[in-house]
Design a protein around this ligand. Structure first.
Ligand code: ZN
Ligand code: MN
Length: 457
């Protein structure tokens, strides 16, 4: 029996505003737990929440970037549930009218983007106790809810990579999944009928792209097997344990949350000044970057990786005028791998030094072989690029033509093969030249000369 999988994603992104969503407590990384708190974010009776204009601007900037409709008037609601990480016993979120509707990302519809507040952070201790850090409670959150438009794990990954890139390029969130700044819930269903959705199962709080893809793959298989054997899918919330999903609880229905309009906050107006400020934040989107990089001569497969990564694309932009294709190639195929191996990131890498290094190569100061070696000396050995350039083996002006001509005279059989169309023979000649002039000549140049002389032979 064939089953059609459908996936929807609900993503929470923490906004890096200066202060929290409804009070003036600072947002950031703290040394001490429970220090960035006040009566408002602790939910003391009698306090009044005041929406953070900065968070509203950030939400609108994302909405505009994803071609969404901006609600000029929206409303905050109370979502009631009892949990220790929720000081007030309810979360202030949006419900009937979200701040953004009908957006779109890489062809996946985004039904709504709600502006809401973060909960406290629970720390589960080894002895079974739970500690709570309320520094996180009240940080502005965007809840980005896609339509069930995604078909497979790879498409889900592409969507999430793009969303992470967009919020990073806009500068509204660092969206580090391992830090919980971006969290993903997935809804998966399978159906024997492509025109009808099956019963959906929610998998909560996935914190890496790999976990998302693995959990989706697992759920599609599990649900298909249940249905094939005549079983039924329960509408439930499950959790991912790294290998499989296991039941967590039967899904709450909307009425369990007893949503009602937040009486302490008047309707939220996006006025012209907010809209103008959000427009001022707009930047080139990663898919636009990708297109531009291709036009600049970067091969497609490299362009798509570069364009969706903030650090890589910034590095590329700083060096590309020296040689776009070579820059992209070195960054992705050499620098990144060596950095990973050394446990370092691009931020530890001397980009302006690297720029001079690539420039020196382009000016013919050393041979191609030395590019990799120099990068290794910098990343592995900590040598500054200025020294690496200075110590580069000097390119001697060797004229290889007489030697190639001699080879051609002494190997008539090989030349004959070449004339009959066996181009592999070029390697035979190039190999001999490289053995004689190791480290002094550029293999590409040798190849060019060999070809030219063979053609005239
Ligand atoms: Zn506060
Ligand atoms: Mn939420």
């Amino acid at each position: 029996m064939k089953f059609y999988p459908t996936v929807g994603l609900e993503v929470h992104v923490e906004l890096k505003t200066k202060s929290k969503m409804f009070c003036s407590c600072p947002v950031g990384e703290w040394e001490e737990p429970n220090t960035a708190v006040c009566p408002v974010c602790m939910g003391h009776p009698g306090t009044l929440p005041v929406p953070n204009r900065g968070a509203v601007v950030f939400a609108v900037a994302l909405g505009l970037s994803l071609d969404g409709e901006i609600s000029r008037v929206s409303q905050f609601y109370r979502k009631n549930y009892f949990y220790p990480d929720l000081p007030k016993g309810y979360q202030i979120t949006q419900y009937s009218v979200p701040i953004i509707r009908n957006a779109n990302l890489l062809g996946v519809r985004i039904e709504r983007i709600n502006l809401e507040e973060e909960t406290a952070k629970s720390l589960h201790m080894e002895d079974g106790s739970v500690l709570l850090d309320f520094n996180r409670a009240g940080i502005p959150l965007l809840e980005i809810v896609s339509a069930p438009d995604i078909r497979d794990p790879e498409e889900a990954r592409r969507y999430l990579v793009a969303l992470q890139a967009v919020v990073r390029f806009l500068g509204i969130s660092d969206a580090h999944m391992e830090k919980g700044q971006m969290r993903v819930d997935v809804n998966v269903s399978v159906s024997p009928d492509p025109d009808r959705l099956g019963t959906k199962v929610e998998i909560k709080n996935l914190n890496s792209f790999k976990a998302v893809a693995d959990a989706i793959r697992y759920e599609i298989k599990r649900q298909s097997e249940v249905l094939s054997s005549g079983g039924e899918i329960r509408h439930e919330t499950r959790m991912w344990n790294g290998k499989s999903t296991e039941p967590m609880r039967v899904k709450e229905t909307e009425s369990d949350y007893r949503y009602f309009p937040e009486p302490d906050i008047p309707p939220l107006h996006v006025d012209d000044s907010v809209l103008e400020e959000a427009k001022g934040m707009l930047v080139e989107m990663p898919w636009e970057k990708e297109e531009r990089y291709r036009e600049e001569g970067v091969p497609s497969h490299l362009a798509s990786v570069l364009a969706y990564d903030r650090d890589l694309s910034e590095a590329y932009e700083r060096i590309k005028d020296v040689d776009p294709k070579l820059t992209a190639d070195l960054l992705l195929n050499v620098v990144l791998g060596k950095l990973n191996k050394a446990g370092k990131s691009l931020r530890d890498f001397d980009l302006s030094g690297f720029r001079e290094f690539v420039k020196a190569f382009k000016e013919g100061k050393f041979l191609r072989d030395y590019l990799k070696e120099g990068i290794e000396r910098h990343i592995g050995g900590g040598q500054p690029f200025s020294e690496i350039i200075e110590n580069a083996p000097k390119v001697e002006k060797v004229d290889i033509r007489p030697f190639v001509e001699e080879l051609i005279r002494n190997n008539p059989k090989e030349v004959e093969k070449y004339c009959k169309g066996q181009r592999g023979v070029i390697g035979f000649f190039v190999g001999q030249v490289m053995r004689k002039y190791r480290g002094k000549v550029d293999p590409r140049e040798v190849r060019r000369v060999v070809e030219e002389l063979l053609d005239n032979a």
